[in-house]
Ligand binder design. Structure first.
Ligand code: ADP
Length: 317
């Protein structure tokens, strides 16, 4: 790329950053790191004044360096040093619920990184903050403080509409209670997440059939949820979570409502989904369920008590 192109692009990028930051500031509730703000102020100042005091070539060099640094920062948000894609990075997440005059500190500084194609269980006693954390990870709620970076985007400051868009596009949910629409067919249930995508009906059907194929449910597509078993319902729910090829599958006690044999079948299905390249986070109370994943994060009193690779995870390395 010609230097002048880079300069132009750098200026646009830097302006966008400044505008985004000012918008965030005006939402006042969120704290801004002084250092971030300073560097952008300096960048702005450089853009405005440097060419007045130094020659054009030097000026361009400075802007190009600045841009390269910005690109590097962006890359660091998206990739680990080992080149693996980052799906989730949380930095010092806090959640405080205010109930009248009482404050409940549900998360007290939770930081972790989850890379593409990890399979992670979240465990912890009741009240330790699991649901709170899952709601934040699933973009259903935001933290009181700290940063949540999802596939390179800082979602900490997003509004409800922006969160909903990320949720619909990037996250597939699997619930303990399946949450299927009872009056409509298996096929239609799986097509639902695609309805707002603007895809033509034929393509939606093809994608839904593809997802149902991955969970072995092609022979039940015209059935309604009450005409299939609990395990089959959960398979359909997994197909629905997969259908738009999300960056993350979030499963909340996916085997909690199933007998142990059916639960094992569902865990096998989730294992296959993981083997085919998906990233999975699962909340569970059961040690044997968590042992099927590759890594267990245990919460206690709103903090990470331990974060360990399972034997299963070690074998896969
Ligand atoms: P877990 O899922 O591990 O049981 P939660 O995330 O549900 O834990 O809860 C963590 C703490 O936050 C608990 O003390 C709980 O009572 C409190 N809490 C959770 N949700 C709310 C809420 N909406 N309002 C007030 N307090 C809440």
């Amino acid at each position: 790329m010609e230097n002048t192109d880079l300069v132009r692009q750098a200026k646009t990028e830097i302006r966008k950053m400044i505008i985004a930051r000012i918008r965030e500031m005006s939402k006042e509730k969120k704290k801004i790191r002084q250092s971030d703000f300073m560097s952008e102020q300096i960048a702005e100042h450089m853009l405005e004044h440097f060419h007045e005091v130094i020659d054009r070539k030097q000026y361009e060099e400075i802007v190009v360096n600045l841009f390269t640094e910005l690109q590097e920062r962006q890359r660091e948000r998206k990739e680990s040093p080992n080149g693996k894609k980052k799906i989730i990075e949380t930095q010092n997440l806090h959640k405080i619920y205010e109930m009248g005059t009482e404050k409940v500190h549900a998360l007290r500084g939770v930081s972790f990184l989850i890379e593409k194609n990890e399979y992670v269980s979240i465990m912890g006693p009741s009240g330790s903050g699991k649901s709170t954390l899952m709601n934040i990870i699933g973009c259903l709620d935001t933290a009181t403080d700290g940063d949540y970076i999802f596939t390179g985007e800082n979602v900490s400051y997003m509004n409800d509409n922006q969160l909903a868009e990320i949720r619909n596009r990037e996250i597939g949910f699997v619930f303990q209670t399946f949450n299927l629409l009872s009056r409509t067919t298996v096929l239609h249930n799986v097509e639902l997440p695609l309805i707002y995508s603007g895809l033509p009906a034929a393509q939606r059907k093809e994608m839904a059939m593809g997802a149902l194929g991955k969970v072995g449910m092609l022979d039940r597509v015209k059935h309604k949820p009450n005409e299939i078993s609990g395990g089959e319902r959960q398979r359909v729910a997994i197909a629905r979570a997969l259908v738009n090829n999300p960056s993350l599958i979030l499963a909340d006690e996916p085997t909690g409502n199933l007998d142990s044999k059916t639960g094992d079948d569902i865990l096998d299905a989730i294992g296959e989904i993981h083997s085919s390249g998906n990233t999975i986070i699962m909340v569970t109370h059961e040690e044997y369920v968590a042992a099927k994943s590759g890594r267990i994060i245990r919460l206690h009193d709103g903090l990470i008590a331990s974060d360990e690779i399972t034997d299963n995870g070690k074998n896969k390395k």
